[in-house]
Design a protein around this ligand. Structure first.
Ligand code: HAX
Length: 440
């Protein structure tokens, strides 16, 4: 069965579960909120629902119930590769089913019909100052596509229907995931390759085509792209990019408005921009080393210098995770299994930071999680393959994150989730409830 039909069936089957929970069990308590959580970024408050992925603090992410290694093992692989295609993963994220080769082929064909980007999108990006951050360019590119939103057209048609509203969301979502690598490659070539653009290769899957379009015509980087987009896709709903996308779409803003907003959140240094920050930090440190080998002593000193200057160690810590991020481990293993990369001086430095930073952060005593997150390891791989413009790294994250955000909002509409509107309180109220030992 084709993806959209399968999805229609799954949504139809799922709806009674959501409706029953609200109608029969709507008043059952699943959490309580403390003042600390209220002031501290709503940390850990259970108030969002998603079935696309779940983040366990110890174990890390599961996509549709599967860990990263299980996901990679289960999905059909790209031709001649040990890695699955992004198209196979998209089918899996949306439906929870491992697709057959034929189902993957259908998605791949469908994306090819969707991936052509209108010229005005490129014109809008080109009109920006060339030194604009590539995340600005990506966000503008997604916004420029909005005028053709099928969801917005459906809403404005006068025939809007809550039961079928997910269908135009699916259409927009699929257009976005198919087009975003093409827009990203355009930005890369515009900014860093003197605007020498490379045409889409219609014979390649999404990851391989992205590699091709940024001038990386080698099998290894094709796998890097596939791995990278898959592992960055989703991290349940509370992180800034996913939550923003969900929040904005909850007002029935179409997927273009929603994901452009999500990208703007991803561009924050405490979130997706951390991968750029990591490389910047490492380069600065390498310069100071002046060719000397990284050791526990000199790395430790650099980490303390950063902390004593009141800055965070980029790539370490996490709002939910309390162990090494399996997305970090997946990329580290890729490095260890890739001759050349394993012995690369930058990877050696990253590995030395991994040996040193958790101890330093533990001694520093502030962070609840001294272990590395995804961003600590991703830049070194890009650097090794020659993608050295590290302000582009968050754009790569944004391509992957589109998969999770778009799968989520398709289901949001399928299940008719409400406009999001948490309640705020004042400081005086908190003080009053603090004095009374709680709110009655
Ligand atoms: N270096 C130094 N201090 C850190 C730290 C780090 N890597 N991580 C946390 N802390 C500090 C916090 O700044 C906070 O200090 P204050 O009390 O002075 O405000 C304290 O430790 C407690 O923070 P926490 O509860 O452990 O962490 P939060 O949930 O508040 O924040 C962050 C989670 C990811 C934002 C945080 O760990 C951080 O800033 N890390 C560095 C930036 C980074 O790598 N971000 C990417 C995270 C993954 C991601 O989203 N990728 O896109």
């Amino acid at each position: 069965m084709a993806l959209k039909e399968t999805l229609a069936k799954k949504i139809e089957e799922h709806r009674p579960r959501t409706q029953r929970l609200v109608k029969e069990f709507g008043k059952v308590k699943i959490d309580e909120v403390t003042i600390e959580q209220c002031i501290g970024g709503a940390r850990d408050i259970r108030s969002l629902v998603t079935d696309i992925s779940y983040l366990d603090p110890q174990e890390g992410i599961r996509f549709r119930g599967k860990t990263i290694p299980e996901t990679f093992a289960a999905l059909p692989k790209a031709a001649g590769s040990a890695y699955p295609t992004v198209e196979a993963f998209w089918y899996f994220l949306l439906t929870g089913d491992v697709p057959t080769d034929a189902q993957v082929a259908e998605v791949t064909t469908e994306w090819k019909t969707r991936q052509s980007v209108p010229q005005y999108v490129f014109d809008a990006i080109r009109a920006l100052p060339r030194d604009s951050h590539p995340m600005v360019m990506l966000s503008v590119g997604i916004m420029a596509l909005q005028k053709d939103s099928k969801f917005a057209a459906f809403y404005n048609s006068g025939k809007f229907n809550k039961m079928t509203a997910w269908e135009p969301v699916y259409e927009d979502a699929s257009d976005i995931v198919a087009r975003i690598p093409v827009i990203a490659a355009f930005i890369y070539n515009l900014k860093y390759r003197d605007d020498k653009q490379i045409a889409i290769d219609p014979n390649l899957d999404m990851g391989a085509n992205f590699a091709h379009m940024i001038g990386q015509d080698n099998k290894e980087y094709q796998d890097v792209a596939r791995m990278y987009f898959i592992i960055h896709s989703d991290h349940e709903s509370g992180n800034v990019s996913a939550h923003t996308t969900h929040l904005v779409h909850s007002a029935l803003s179409d997927p273009y408005y929603a994901y452009s907003a999500g990208l703007n959140g991803l561009a924050g240094p405490l979130h997706g921009l951390a991968n750029q920050e990591v490389l910047g930090w490492i380069m600065e440190f390498q310069k100071k080393l002046g060719g000397a080998e990284p050791t526990k002593e000199n790395v430790s000193k650099a980490l303390w210098d950063t902390l004593n200057a009141g800055q965070v160690i980029p790539g370490y810590g996490h709002a939910v995770l309390r162990k090494t991020d399996p997305r970090y481990t997946t990329q580290r293993e890729f490095c260890l299994n890739t001759p050349g990369l394993k012995d690369d001086p930058l990877f050696k430095l990253v590995a030395m930071i991994f040996e040193t930073a958790p101890g330093v952060l533990t001694e520093h005593g502030k962070t609840k999680n001294p272990w590395p997150n995804v961003d600590a390891q991703s830049g070194v791989i890009q650097w090794y393959y020659g993608v050295r413009e590290w302000d582009f790294y968050t754009v790569l994250f944004g391509i992957g994150r589109a998969l999770g955000c778009m799968a989520n909002i398709t289901w949001d509409r399928g299940l008719g989730y409400a406009i999001e509107r948490p309640k705020s309180v004042s400081t005086a109220m908190l003080e009053e409830w603090a004095a009374a030992g709680g709110r009655n």
